[in-house]
Design a protein around this ligand. Structure first.
Ligand SMILES: [Zn+2]
Length: 395
């Protein structure tokens, strides 16, 4: 299964109704969460998916406002809560928090309630408009840049903090891309000084536009904090910050996809660190940079897995504990501080710290690292990097 996501447009009335329904769904989510906690306190048992769905239906039956929302969309809130709670029960996430209305931004039509009324070519030629009718909401114009397969199994609508609309179609089946096998295997060390270093000596630096955006982000959020919450100047500052974030996230995602595609063309198997293990072994003291690193890396490794799978290739995840502190030649453990860029071992190994770490990851996945030391070189030429990085406009 894969998702196709497109920009969409709707009339002000439809947008207003969408936002109103999102508020109702948020309220229902919090009610279900509260009911689940209450039942658990009384009986020591969590509600299962069927019970939560039934509860959602009962809620809807009692309230005419809730009945404006399509019944399946309403029931889907139960699934959403149930999945979040189950991730907690499996030890993968914290207990789902109470949702704030401003952060509840999407709704899902799981099977029915949506219908494609018509399709017509857009003026630009390559793209086309799909007129999508969503029961209880109205008609959305969706700008699609590729044909929609018949096997769409569900539709989701999202509204961003800057009031942009996106429609996602979940499609059954696999999206396969024919890519030649290269016989090459590499491990990636994801880092801060370099975005990544491969075990065969290629590196990619953190794209410049992210650093510039981070500075801009700091100054805008300081500006926001000085305004009175709810005032019109505060609202203006909030919108500027939200637009910046949106652009950064888009630019970053775009960059990650290009990078992942380049890697999938070059390697058949990629070894990366298992981020779930990282999270579990890490203590509570997390700095902001650590946090940002984790968020970016889990996003990037998600994209890597998805792109490699699409190319019929493989991503292996291994435990990264001490990978940067261990000599990749003899296995001796060293104490490196974060500022030590090179590992020097009694066995004669002198190597870039990140390259050494990637060699350890490679070995943990069952491959023998190359004996000859490799020279570090960029994965892309500096000139092509500039082209690859999407333009980023400040402001
Ligand atoms: Zn050694």
């Amino acid at each position: 299964m894969y998702t196709l996501r497109f920009r969409a447009y709707a009339s002000p009335d439809v947008l207003r109704e969408l936002k109103s329904q999102l508020r109702l769904l948020c309220e229902a989510y919090n009610t279900l969460r509260y009911a689940d906690i209450t039942f658990h306190e009384r009986d020591g048992k969590w509600l299962n998916k069927t019970e939560l769905r039934q509860l959602a239906l009962n809620l809807r039956r009692q309230d005419p406002d809730y009945q404006r929302v399509h019944s399946q969309v309403f029931q889907n809130v139960a699934d959403r809560y149930c999945e979040a709670r189950d991730r907690f029960l499996q030890g993968l996430a914290r207990f789902p928090r109470e949702k704030k209305p401003e952060r509840y931004r999407s709704l899902v039509y799981p099977q029915s309630g949506w219908k494609i009324l018509s399709t017509r070519p857009a003026r630009s030629g390559k793209k086309s408009w799909i007129y999508l009718s969503l029961s209880g909401l109205g008609v959305f114009k969706v700008l699609v840049h590729r044909p929609l397969p018949d096997s769409v199994s569900r539709v989701a609508v999202k509204v961003t903090p800057t009031n942009k609309l996106f429609v996602s179609f979940l499609v059954e089946g696999d999206l396969h891309v024919q890519t030649e096998n290269t016989g090459k295997v590499a491990a990636l060390d994801l880092g801060i000084s370099h975005l990544l270093v491969t075990s065969d000596g290629h590196y990619v630096d953190n794209p410049r536009f992210l650093e510039r955006a981070l500075l801009k982000y700091r100054s805008l959020s300081r500006l926001l904090s000085r305004k009175r919450k709810g005032s019109s100047n505060w609202e203006k500052a909030r919108l500027r910050l939200a637009r910046l974030l949106e652009r950064v996230i888009n630019a970053k995602t775009d960059f990650y996809y290009k990078l992942a595609n380049a890697l999938a063309k070059r390697y058949d198997v990629l070894v990366i660190e298992d981020l779930n293990v990282v999270k579990m072994t890490r203590d509570g003291s997390r700095t902001l940079n650590r946090h940002l690193r984790d968020v970016s890396f889990s996003r990037f490794s998600f994209i890597l897995k998805w792109v490699f799978q699409k190319h019929g290739k493989e991503v292996l995840q291994v435990n990264p504990a001490y990978s940067s502190q261990t000599c990749s030649r003899c296995g001796k453990k060293h104490h490196l501080s974060l500022s030590d860029r090179v590992i020097t071992c009694q066995c004669g190994l002198v190597l870039d710290r990140d390259l050494n770490a990637s060699l350890n990851l490679l070995r943990r996945a069952g491959w023998e690292p190359p004996v000859e030391p490799v020279e570090m070189r960029p994965l892309w030429q500096a000139s092509s990097m500039k082209q690859e990085a999407p333009p980023f406009r400040a402001g």
